[in-house]
Design a protein around this ligand. Structure first.
Ligand SMILES: [Zn+2]
Length: 113
């Protein structure tokens, strides 16, 4: 599953950061996920639950912030909001929209103890 490898990547970042800061526990993990990142949030939560269980972040609260997707429509020559990758332009209906924002997922913040 795609989300399991994402969860493993998140755990790596969390453990590296906790080690670097000399933290004994991770209290909260804040993730930022773009609407166009292709991440199933429910599946990711499920994988994180499983994978964080035996880690320094066993009790951590996971907050997920969604970022809207944006793209550049060639026909309108304007930036438009899109809900999914390869969606048509909401203004003119053309399929000439190049995603410009919302394609990434990152660990935005960690609360350590
Ligand atoms: Zn358009």
């Amino acid at each position: 599953m795609h989300e399991m490898s994402l969860a493993e990547g998140i755990l790596d970042i969390v453990e590296d950061t906790a080690r670097a800061q000399g933290a004994s526990r991770v209290l909260e993990i804040t993730l930022e996920i773009g609407a166009l990142a292709g991440v199933e949030v429910d599946a990711l939560r499920f994988c994180l639950d499983a994978i964080l269980h035996d880690s320094v972040a066993a009790d951590a609260r996971v907050s997920i912030e969604r970022l809207p997707g944006r793209g550049w429509c060639l026909a309108c020559a304007a930036e438009v909001e899109i809900a999914q990758l390869y969606d048509p332009c909401p203004r003119c209906g053309a399929y000439q929209v190049t995603a410009t924002a919302g394609r990434d997922m990152r660990v935005k913040d960690l609360l350590l103890e």
